[in-house]
Design a protein around this ligand. Structure first.
Ligand code: F6R
Length: 350
């Protein structure tokens, strides 16, 4: 790989992605112990598990919902308000890597007044302070990552909390399957099989460069499609959009009919796994054939892992690499998110 490409990766985003399997495995060991000490074990599942968190801290909730056969609904909340129905029957977990995200702090306050927050996951900040002061269990994650690059840490910590709250069982095996899925991609990245010695994610990024990337998921791959979109935005620093089958066949499909007239250059990535229903794969076949004219590049990525958590983390890890290369190919450091920092400053540091 050209050294100049990697030179722009000043905060080592590629290294953070390569650490994903380790993040998952090591965190599980520590977090399951910490959760056992901090969170009183429930025997019955709550009515629902409500997971409040934004951006890179919110994605763990989407992934938990996508990978576990949970004993109650898992409801990710991405905003200032917990749903009006939340009461003592539900378990609320607030996740903010920095601990200073205003939406998550607002949800924490609301949930506390509705029956209490079951646990907080953070590296510190105001959320950690407020939880400590209120006697809410805090699972502390190590600082030093970009929140979105700590996805393995946050997911494994959430899994430990969810198991303690009787929402999921056998979390150790699910986290290990997720780690194995991520490992498959990290290994292929570090020892590329093709003759050019180029990582597969870099080869794909070259085809997506200078195009607006559309990512389609279906079923469990929907959460990953949204992660790809967010990572292309935050790492690649370009627009990207995600949607999911079958809903997109009832609206977005029509939008591609005259898409060339907009002058945009579009690329499509579809994410498939063994669990994807055959009806959905058939829809993908027909939809991408009908819309083919609109796209400069069209990819169908099929996960090879033999478990659902493995497939989810395999596709996620590949997307994290692709989004990083979209920045590196343009000589941009993928890690900083200056616009988010500027926005938070203009909101008064919230
Ligand atoms: C930055 C990132 C963002 C943050 C989001 C919320 O790397 O991933 O999406 O996660 O702005 O901040 P935290 O995670 O600190 O609550």
């Amino acid at each position: 790989m050209a050294t100049t490409l990697v030179n722009s990766d000043r905060a080592d985003m590629l290294g953070a992605i390569g650490s994903l399997p380790r993040q998952l495995r090591d965190t599980w060991q520590n977090a399951s112990r910490a959760a056992a000490e901090a969170i009183a074990a429930r025997t019955d599942a709550p009515r629902s598990l409500v997971l409040c968190g934004m951006g890179g801290s919110g994605v763990g909730g989407d992934l938990l919902a996508a990978t576990f056969a949970s004993r109650c609904p898992v409801v990710p909340v991405k905003g200032y308000d917990v749903p009006s129905w939340v009461s003592t029957d539900d378990a609320v977990v607030c996740v903010s890597y920095s601990g200073n995200t205003s939406e998550t702090l607002s949800c924490f306050g609301q949930a506390q007044s509705r029956g209490g927050v079951a646990a907080v996951i953070t590296s510190g900040g105001q959320l950690g302070e407020r939880a400590d002061a209120a006697g809410v269990p805090v699972l502390t994650v190590p600082a030093g990552y970009q929140p979105r690059a700590a996805v393995g840490v946050l997911y494994a910590t959430l899994a430990a909390a969810a198991q303690r709250l009787a929402v999921v069982s056998d979390a150790a095996s699910v986290v290990e399957l997720a780690a194995a899925g991520a490992q498959r991609v990290v290994d292929a990245h570090e020892s590329p099989a093709d003759d050019a010695g180029e990582p597969p994610a870099l080869a794909m990024a070259r085809t997506l460069q200078d195009r607006i990337v559309i990512v389609y998921g279906a079923g469990a791959s929907t959460a990953v499609a949204h992660r790809w979109k967010a990572q292309i935005n935050e790492n690649g620093k370009v627009p990207a959009f995600a949607a999911d089958y079958p809903e997109l066949d009832h609206n977005e499909l029509v939008g591609w009919q005259y898409a060339r007239e907009s002058g945009g250059r579009w690329a499509l990535v579809e994410l498939v796994m063994a669990e994807t229903r055959p009806e959905l794969v058939e829809r993908m076949d027909i939809t991408s054939e009908l819309s083919a004219d609109a796209f400069d590049a069209l990819h169908r990525l099929e996960a090879r892992s033999d478990s659902l958590p493995g497939c989810v983390f395999e596709l996620l890890t590949f997307g994290d690499y692709v989004s990083t290369y979209l920045a590196l190919l343009r000589g941009i450091d993928p890690s900083p998110v200056e616009r988010i920092i500027e926005l938070k400053e203009r909101l008064g540091g919230r």
